[in-house]
Write a protein that binds this ligand. Structure first.
Ligand code: ZN
Length: 165
């Protein structure tokens, strides 16, 4: 899944569950597993072992994020925690159980067996990935209309509270 899918689906779901939820942290939380793991792949190739998903794409990463979010945001933490968890779901991490349950099946991840370029081409024709992108884009458009984001006053309320007016 790419940016629109993660951000749009997470923000749409959080807003659907609680119309007064603060949506400002949702995009970052929804993308955080990639924001953390892509640099790990680049800077610590011996650990990531050839794949751009590692520690932050695990239930351990989710647990650490949940503790930090609860500490920082208290009762408002559920939205970002939900957004982070949705990233693992949309990435279908159950297919990569050694990563999902890291480090319980070994601290160092097994060598990733597939070619990155080939995987990118696969993603572009994968209905799950591209359907998710379309759904995410549509949800972002619906949120922008619901929040009347063309109105400067509504944008000001959103910036100050994270709520769609
Ligand atoms: Zn990811």
């Amino acid at each position: 899944m790419f940016v629109l899918g993660h951000v749009g689906i997470a923000a749409g779901a959080v807003h659907f569950l609680d119309r007064k939820a603060d949506l400002r942290w949702i995009p970052l939380a929804a993308l955080l597993p990639d924001v953390v793991d892509k640099p790990i792949w680049f800077f610590l190739p011996g650990f990531a072992n050839g794949w751009t998903r590692s520690a932050a794409h695990s239930v351990t990463g989710l647990g650490i994020f949940a503790v930090l979010a609860l500490w920082a945001l208290r009762e408002r933490a559920w939205g970002p925690i939900f957004a982070y968890a949705s990233h693992l779901l949309l990435d279908r991490m159950w297919w990569d159980a050694t990563i999902l349950f890291w480090p319980f099946e070994g601290f160092f991840l097994p060598r990733f067996p597939f070619d990155h370029v080939e995987l990118w081409w696969q993603k572009l024709t994968d209905p799950w990935t591209m359907g998710g992108e379309a759904a995410g884009a549509l949800l972002l458009a619906v949120l922008a209309v619901r929040g009347r984001m063309w109105d400067p006053g509504c944008r000001r309320v959103f910036r100050a509270t994270g709520r769609l007016a």
